[in-house]
Design a protein around this ligand. Structure first.
Ligand code: AMP
Length: 340
């Protein structure tokens, strides 16, 4: 089958602009599946050869046959997984880039933690009970979209006071709050060559935590508590280049995560993934989360990052890298190696 017979498809949100542009740059036709009313960006930037509009994400299973007929390959991103749900994604029969078997290790906080720990990474301490809180902690709700509702507590009393504002949340984790700078590391692991690449780094722009430093503590004290309690609603991402001397360590971290994933599920983790980290003043890298797919932090690099420039000498976004991988797989007749 000719390369161009395949189409690259994704849901219109998150990093779809980058994914679709990258696919077009590699010679694929593209399809975007949009919720009615959200088509404009994809028209404005002309990245989609076809727009399929649905009323609700739960209509997605109904368009599977259409996608199959069009020889679409779905590229998942965080919004795709969140809107569809892990369990449903596993059942979809449209060709899917990535390893679906890894999804549950990302969704289940215990499995995720085991994975990262067994990869030899440093993780923030977890407190099983509020009684044990002996330092600043961040309380995270399961499935919270973009850090909404997370809060900081300094002891059990503080925790009990603040948890009252979340009467319906039963599923949360109490994690040590790591003070340092945040660094989101974008990796790509090729299941064709078994090589890992660093695609770039970003830092996040979160509301209101990133604006608290703009007013003095005196003015903060004058505000009602709920206004100055930090929240972590993600608004956007900013590019970052790290000290070069950190790279050997960072590369090894990615390699270890992939190596460990192969012990967990057949074929392990491949494609883009991200380690969400905090670098402390002692230069310890604490990993608080893994995203096993493309992250929105790659969006500042639609035209490539300083790192992909070094490797490719042409604009290579993570979206384009995915398309290149699929193209290489088709050429080598190894599509089974990249689909999950
Ligand atoms: P997450 O939902 O785990 O990606 O976290 C959302 C945001 O909360 C992150 O981008 C960080 O700003 C912050 N955060 C999460 N975990 C920690 C932690 N252990 N220490 C410090 N900040 C954190």
């Amino acid at each position: 089958m000719a390369l161009l017979d395949y189409k690259i498809a994704t849901i219109g949100s998150h990093s779809a602009l980058q994914i679709l542009k990258g696919a077009k740059d590699e010679g694929f036709s593209t399809i975007v599946i949009c919720i009615k009313g959200r088509e404009k960006p994809y028209k404005m930037y002309n990245v989609a050869d076809e727009i399929i509009t649905i009323k609700d994400y739960n209509e997605f299973p109904k368009i599977q046959d259409t996608l199959l007929k069009k020889k679409a390959i779905i590229i998942p991103h965080a919004s795709f997984i969140t809107y569809m749900g892990h369990a449903d994604v596993e059942k979809f029969n449209v060709p899917y880039y990535g390893n679906k078997k890894i999804l549950k290790y990302e969704e289940d906080r215990d499995l995720e933690r085991k994975w990262l720990k067994n990869s030899g990474l440093t993780l923030p301490k977890i407190f099983k009970s509020p009684k044990d809180i002996d330092r600043s902690v961040i309380v995270k709700f399961h499935g919270a979209k973009g850090g909404k509702g997370y809060f900081i507590a300094k002891n059990e009393r503080d925790f009990n006071k603040k948890i009252k504002f979340h009467p319906n949340e039963k599923n949360y984790v109490i994690q040590e709050y790591i003070l340092g700078v945040h660094m989101y590391i974008h990796y790509f692991h090729s299941s064709l060559t078994n090589e890992i690449e660093i695609m770039g780094f970003d830092k996040r722009y979160e509301s209101n935590v990133d604006s608290l430093g703009r007013i003095s503590s005196r003015d903060q004290l004058a505000l009602p508590a709920e206004k100055v309690d930090p929240s972590y609603v993600i608004v956007g991402n900013m590019p970052l280049v790290v000290r070069e001397s950190y790279l050997p360590r960072i590369i090894e971290m990615g390699e270890n995560v992939v190596k460990q994933s192969k012990k967990m599920v057949p074929r392990g983790l491949f494609g883009p993934f991200c380690l969400e980290t905090v670098m402390t003043p002692e230069e310890e890298i604490s990993v608080f989360e893994i995203s096993a797919r493309i992250v929105a932090g790659t969006n500042p690099y639609t035209h490539g990052s300083p790192y992909t420039w070094l490797k490719y000498d042409k604009p290579m976004s993570t979206g384009r890298r995915i398309a290149l991988e699929i193209k290489n797989a088709i050429r080598k007749n190894q599509l089974n190696k990249v689909l999950g």
